[in-house]
Design a protein around this ligand. Sequence first.
Ligand SMILES: Cc1cc2nc3c(=O)[nH]c(=O)nc-3n(C[C@H](O)[C@H](O)[C@H](O)COP(=O)(O)OP(=O)(O)OC[C@H]3O[C@@H](n4cnc5c(N)ncnc54)[C@H](O)[C@@H]3O)c2cc1C
Length: 265
Amino acid sequence: MRVKQSRLPDEQYDVVVVGAGFGGPVAAKKCAEAGLRTLMLERSEQVGEKVVSGLTIPFYGFLFSPDFIRDGNPPIERPVDGIINYIIKDVDAGEIDIDDSLKIPKPLSPVISFGYNAYCKPFCQWEADQAVGAGAELRTSMAAVDVIREDGVVTGIVTEDGRHIGCRVVINAEGSQGVLAVKAGVREKYPPETISLADVYDYEMPKEDVDRIFGHTLRFCWGWDEQMVAPPLGYGNGLMVWPYNSSLHFMHWENNSFDKLSTEA
Ligand SMILES: Cc1cc2nc3c(=O)[nH]c(=O)nc-3n(C[C@H](O)[C@H](O)[C@H](O)COP(=O)(O)OP(=O)(O)OC[C@H]3O[C@@H](n4cnc5c(N)ncnc54)[C@H](O)[C@@H]3O)c2cc1C
């Protein structure tokens, strides 16, 4: 169902940014700096909660990022000097190909960086603080559930508590699983076979141990589905390890797992 504007909006902004993950606050900051009355909506209780995973921000991502990120000292955990890929050929025979060609050799590493490991939550919160500092308004625990359309044009959004917020522009920064693009007729809902499942685990570890055992290198282990290289859930063709400042982050990756789960169900 698409909401047609049949009543005056409860509030009016120039711009409503939906989502305060990595992208939303950057857009909100730019709009606020341009003098536009900007509202940022985030459905989670706290900014950055959705992508609980940490991540590596590639060096070029930093290089070409907005200057407030590049020069602003955002919360980073550890520079990365590359990835070592372990490709499992035969589990029973213990055959593994190890490819470390993506690693910057010492003594250049980690002075020359491949990227930066960061936790999403503090990073996104830091970005949102910058947007709020520039004059954008942030509302957390508030989801947009629909768009308002007038003569085929999106003129605002509807929040989960039923408020109609009018605006000149809606910036959809909901991430990959958002609903508004579908509601606005921009794209279809993604079919299950295009979706993968990744579960993440975070372990505290003394910094000296992270330094000694993992250093600054990401380690990715790959196999086929049936090799089940990524316990504990059994399935999985990828296990990735990110070293942080004094913790380790594991991600277990399953290709097309939603499709698989729904087929089994
Ligand atoms: C497990 C995992 C590991 C990853 N690792 C890496 C990596 O190492 N390097 C890398 O570059 N990228 C990585 N990514 C990808 C990266 O996280 C995404 O590209 C990035 O988060 C996209 O930013 P975004 O702002 O578009 O969306 P998101 O960061 O997903 O933010 C969307 C925000 O919108 C909110 N939201 C959604 N719908 C609504 C709504 N209707 N109303 C209000 N709020 C809403 C969500 O709660 C969320 O906070 C990884 C992703 C995952 C899931």
